[in-house]
Design a binder for this molecule. Structure first.
Ligand SMILES: *Cc1c(COP(=O)(O)O)cnc(C)c1O
Length: 381
């Protein structure tokens, strides 16, 4: 039997390490093995690599190198931002939204918090954030681009509200960095999270931008690494990978995002044209160029996901399977979809590996699979 050719359309879950990133990080693992805190030659070489990587990450975010804290990923950056500011000298409240990533939602759930609802297009109203503020609110956390529907939030407006109230604004930028231009200063955020494995670096490295003057209490105690904001021997190879990924985006990101946008639009339009009773979740909002989330009425998204997997296409149903029973996406429920509607939606997220031929093959596979599954569903007339 001929092996199935496999095509990956799940780049928002994770994207492979890019060739230029691997090339930059491999020699660090074997040759630049010094501890960046050591005074000798080996330590100094590692320190230099760490410093130049920090500069590359800072350049991507329009920040100063000393404003970048390397972390173990997006989850740690989100947790450090929320706990680091909210706990401070005296615990304060967190204002966040119903459609954040679990890294923010579950962190906020440990503290006194308010969840601001998102509208049907997947957009947060800045005025709703303002209304949720209380005297003891210490941090606002709103994601820049949503991971499931790709909608881009009005961060500058929310930042103005945060500034007027004297509250720190954290932004989970894990799905925005690399997909849209990010300038932390212009956005007006105090804290901004990114993750390596969403932008071509490996899993297990990320960064938190911390604006100069932001009071941040560490979560990890130990040596005086990262200007005493995150203890632990630095992951120099990971930092070099993140830096190289950031540099590639600075140089080639715009062109690559335009390319992916054309493919995404072709995929979306072909599905809407060729498959009846389909609609785009988040349509009408500004979205990142690589993501589309589509509802196929009468279809169970996990059945479609498996049918596509058998044909060689990897997509996401957005369902979290934590307890054995799949739960519909909290993002789509927050946008007002019914459980049934949420459970008939699929996320397609493109990346550097995708081509127009792959998109066209995916459309054919979808037409086949959806037609077949709908025939099996007598309730769908
Ligand atoms: C993936 C993701 C995270 C978590 O990042 P990790 O590096 O996997 O811990 C946080 N927020 C968003 C929006 C994400 O997509």
């Amino acid at each position: 039997m001929k092996a199935v050719q496999r095509f990956y359309f799940d780049h928002n879950a994770t994207t492979p390490v890019s060739p230029e990133v691997l090339e930059a990080m491999l020699p660090v693992l074997t040759e630049v093995y010094g501890n960046a805190s050591s005074i000798h030659h080996f330590g100094q070489l590692a320190r230099q690599r760490l410093d130049s990587s920090r500069k590359q990450v800072a350049d991507l975010l329009g920040a100063e190198p000393q404003e970048i804290v390397f972390t173990s990923g997006g989850t740690e950056a989100d947790n450090l931002a929320i706990f680091g500011v909210a706990i401070g000298s005296k615990a304060g409240r967190v204002v966040t939204t119903t459609f954040e990533h679990p890294a923010v939602l579950a962190a906020a759930a440990q503290l006194d918090h308010t969840l601001v609802p998102v509208d049907g297009r997947g957009m947060i109203d800045p005025e709703a954030i303002r209304r949720a503020l209380r005297p003891n609110t210490k941090v606002i956390s709103v994601m820049h681009a949503n991971n499931e529907v790709g909608t881009i939030q009005p961060i500058p407006e929310i930042a103005r509200i945060a500034a007027e109230a004297g509250i720190a604004l954290h932004c989970d930028g894990v799905q925005a960095a690399g997909k849209i231009p990010v300038n932390a200063g212009k956005l007006g955020v105090a804290l901004y999270s990114i993750s390596g494995h969403k932008i071509g670096a490996p899993k297990g490295v990320g960064a938190l931008y911390v604006r100069k003057g932001t009071a941040l209490k560490p979560m990890m105690y130990g040596g005086r690494h990262e200007r005493e904001r995150r203890a632990g021997t630095e992951n120099v190879a990971g930092a070099v990978a993140l830096g190289r990924a950031a540099e590639w985006i600075t140089q080639h990101g715009d062109a690559e995002n335009r390319r992916q946008g054309i493919l995404r639009d072709r995929l979306e339009q072909s599905i809407l044209d060729r498959i009846p009773d389909t609609r785009v979740n988040g349509a009408g909002a500004t979205r990142v160029a690589n993501t589309t989330n589509i509802r196929f009425d009468g279809i169970d998204s996990d059945a479609l996901l498996i049918a596509l997997d058998l044909k060689g296409f990897a997509v996401s149903s957005g369902a979290a399977c934590s307890s054995g029973a799949p739960e519909p996406s909290h993002v789509l429920l927050a946008m007002g979809l019914s459980r049934l509607e949420a459970r008939s939606s699929i996320r397609f997220s493109l990346g550097r590996s995708n081509t127009i031929e792959q998109v066209d093959a995916l459309v054919e596979a979808l037409v086949d699979s959806v037609t077949h599954l709908r025939k099996l569903a007598p309730a769908y007339a």
